[in-house]
Write a protein that binds this ligand. Sequence first.
Ligand code: IPM
Ligand code: MN
Length: 331
Amino acid sequence: MAHRIAVIGGDGIGPEVTTEALKVVRAAGVAIDTTDFDLGGARYLRDGEVLSDATLEALRGFDAILLGAVGTPEVPPGVIERGLLLKMRFELDLYVNQRPFVGTAPGHSQPHDFVVIRENTEGPYVGEGGVLRKGTPHEVATQGSVNTRMGAERAIRYAFELATQRDGAKHVTLVHKTNVLTFAGDLWQRAFDAVAAEYPGIGTAYNHVDAACIYFVQDPHRYDVVVTDNLFGDILTDLGGAVSGGIGLASSANLNPARTGPSMFEPVHGSAPDIVGTGKANPTAAVLSAALMLDFLGESAAADRIRTACDEAGAGTTTEIGDRIAAAVAG
Ligand code: IPM
Ligand code: MN
């Protein structure tokens, strides 16, 4: 049976890199049946749709969603991000954002291999708060961070499960800011300690997020699985990409591990409207995101072959790199 994939190419370089990703999946011999969804900033400018409830219902019927990138400079910040990406993450309960980092950091001679599990449905992303007296000297803005025990715990539990399965050091690091965010940090720390007690074979550590930024650059080898909240995870994973060969290689999986609906797979990078159509976009992050999709769909052998081919892809234009990876996986 072919896997039914909803494809949201999106804006800017999104469609270009998604085309290469699908080419590679097919070359790897995985049967997929794709349906294109025209969503993103360009679609919004045309007829006002960001992600209607009807479209969301249609997406629920697929096995997975592959997304290129969304966002265009003509649309004000937040409209597409909140209305499309975050709506999918929240409504489809994609509570884990899994971002693997394999590469050799600047100044290091040995490659690192770690993965960040970013809680993906809570924190400051939920949109709690508001504004009063806007535009006056007395303006007040609040933006709360929502942390539920259930939400933190399920992300943490996923991280520990992953650590048991990975071929790594069997280790999970909690990253937070417990010395300042004493309410949220305490909830996370206690949830972490409780789950850790269920996994006596897994080592643990705690880093404050500012210190973690230093370690990501200076000592990334200390990490196996990192678990953190939504906003810290957003920032740390850009840094993770930067020390692992660049954002052109950074892939991500927005997972609903309970499988009550489709999961969504997207590169960490944005739509890069400045290079659209130039052939400069590196499709590797999109290809590696498709590999994460195949892992989740039970096609790990094909996913491993794709990852190996990406390691040897070299430089070139968008299609040259895609063609080379496709040729390598086709054997
Ligand atoms: C990411 C992106 C998104 C996020 C934006 C576009 C809403 O930066 O996936 O990391 O902040 O989560
Ligand atoms: Mn980000």
